[in-house]
Design a protein around this ligand. Structure first.
Ligand code: 13P
Length: 273
């Protein structure tokens, strides 16, 4: 590490709500989540919690978080690659930044599947998010087919390389990666802690060889895909896994809060924060 201490990586438990909850349901959820965390003395300095609701809920979430000083961040699930103009239905990175968004999910497999989001478009989204002062959560992960062919690791690491190739050290250190094997999303088939660590470790090593050591030490790598309170503990114990991108389980306040508490407790036990 060249004698310098690596920056500490604050674990992040992020809820990707996908296309669920209108703004009233979002408001209710966030209030209940805040009460639940407060009642259990959750320490947000040891584990960050973030919610990615629909665009239509962002303003309500912002007002609530700001008015009640809630220890939560929030973000969006996708973004336009352009800054403004005749792009009907698109939302720009600046609009999201103005709403106080900290994060934007980029390249989720559902976006890659249902929308024309190829690698070039994903790189442009990452650049747009960074230029607006937010952090992209870059989603990568192999499908069942790549796994069957035995090329899962190369595929997922290659996706990270494809996106970060032309970025600067500073840009890359502001990215988060979510390793989300496509076969694990919404299926109940979670990756084993060993295979999730293998992928996260390979991604970090890849970043280390392409960028400065301090970049690879700074980048937070999340695991996503059928995360629940039953499997979170073994996953968060892995040295290169810095938190979770949670889908289905983030729609249940108690379950989501449990995952956050498991993450926070592990960090507390380790003294890692
Ligand atoms: P599930 O947690 O429902 O498997 O979804 C994961 C996901 O896609 C998060 O982005």
């Amino acid at each position: 590490m060249g004698g310098t201490m690596p920056p500490e990586r604050l674990p992040l438990v992020a809820g990707n709500w996908k296309m669920n909850f209108d703004h009233l349901e979002a408001t209710y959820f966030i209030q209940k989540l805040a009460w639940t965390l407060r009642d259990s003395h959750f320490d947000s300095h040891r584990c960050e919690i973030s919610i990615m609701p629909s665009f239509t809920s962002l303003r309500s979430v912002q007002v609530l978080v700001e008015a009640d000083h809630l220890p939560l961040s929030y973000g969006a699930q996708s973004v336009s690659v352009t800054t403004q103009g005749a792009f009907t239905g698109d939302v720009s990175a600046d609009m999201l930044a103005r709403l106080g968004c900290e994060y934007v999910i980029v390249g989720h497999s559902e976006r890659r599947k249902y929308h024309p989001e190829d690698d070039a478009n994903i790189v442009d989204q990452v650049r747009a998010v960074l230029a607006a002062g937010m952090h992209p959560i870059l989603c990568v992960g192999e499908s069942f087919e790549e796994r069957r062919q035995g090329i899962a690791l190369d595929f997922a690491v290659g996706q990270v390389t494809d996106v970060t190739r032309d970025l600067s050290d500073e840009q890359t250190s502001n990215i988060l990666i979510a390793y989300e094997p496509v076969w694990a999303i919404g299926t109940g088939m979670v990756a084993t802690p060993e295979s999730a660590q293998e992928a996260a470790g390979a991604m970090r090593e890849n970043i280390r060889s392409a960028f400065d050591d301090s970049v690879s030490a700074a980048v937070r790598i999340l695991y996503g895909g059928s995360v629940t309170s039953r499997n979170a503990a073994q996953l968060i114990e892995q040295p290169d896994i810095d938190g979770f991108l949670v889908g289905g389980a983030s729609l249940d306040v108690d379950e989501f809060a449990s995952i956050a508490r498991i993450t926070e407790k592990f960090v507390r036990r380790l003294g890692r924060h």
